[in-house]
Write a protein that binds this ligand. Structure first.
Ligand SMILES: [Zn+2]
Length: 207
């Protein structure tokens, strides 16, 4: 992993405008998001790097999307007030308008681009998995997923736009040298696909 690709130690690059200090309560969806944060943590899909989990998970809302905060530990006990709702993304100013006290994941603009291009996507999950990267080409033979053309600087507008474009209509994309993104019509679909890819990579590595 090149330095520019490493999430750990890199702070978000965008500006944040807090419109409220708490997100709107969405108890069922936020509980499900917390459960998937716990699953990613337990399955090693968001490994701790530099004291924070490398990964970010979101679901769509009428105004935008609710996403995990940057530099946080993903776990099932994460408080709903730790989540942040992004209600406006200003790409000209590179600024996000949010509800919540926290700062949205440094990959929030990638989530924003995917929701803009993929009207069918209700959830976007991103994680890191060394085995999935190692077995990316084999996984692409078995699953309807895309592979990014190359690794590139993480967290930039260009990275967000290009990765969302490369995802196209696929359910998943593996970002070479970095990690993976899955999308789904709901959180369970995005999460289940991530787990399936991970478990297949474990099987391939054990052969
Ligand atoms: Zn990442």
């Amino acid at each position: 992993m090149t330095h520019d690709n490493a999430e750990c130690g890199i702070r978000h690059r965008f500006q944040v405008q807090h419109r409220d200090h708490v997100p709107a309560a969405r108890p069922q969806e936020m509980a499900l998001l917390a459960r998937w944060c716990g699953s990613f943590d337990a399955e090693g899909l968001a490994p701790v790097e530099g004291g924070a989990s490398a990964g970010n998970l979101s679901f769509r809302t009428p105004a935008g999307f609710v996403i995990t905060p940057t530099r946080s530990r993903l776990k099932s006990a994460i408080a709903w007030t730790d989540f942040v709702e992004v209600v406006r993304a200003d790409r000209q100013e590179f600024r996000l308008h949010v509800l919540g006290a926290g700062t949205p994941s440094s990959d929030a603009f990638l989530h924003e681009r995917i929701y803009a291009l993929r009207t069918d996507a209700e959830a976007v999950f991103h994680g890191h998995d060394g085995l999935m990267l190692q077995w990316a080409d084999a996984l692409a033979q078995e699953f309807p997923l895309k592979l990014t053309r190359e690794s590139r600087a993480f967290g930039t507008l260009a990275d967000a736009a290009e990765t969302a474009e490369e995802l196209g209509s696929a359910a998943a994309i593996i970002r070479r040298g970095h990690g993976f993104v899955t999308v789904g019509r709901n959180m369970d679909a995005a999460g289940s696909l991530a787990l399936a890819l991970h478990r297949r990579a474990v099987e391939l590595a054990a052969r």
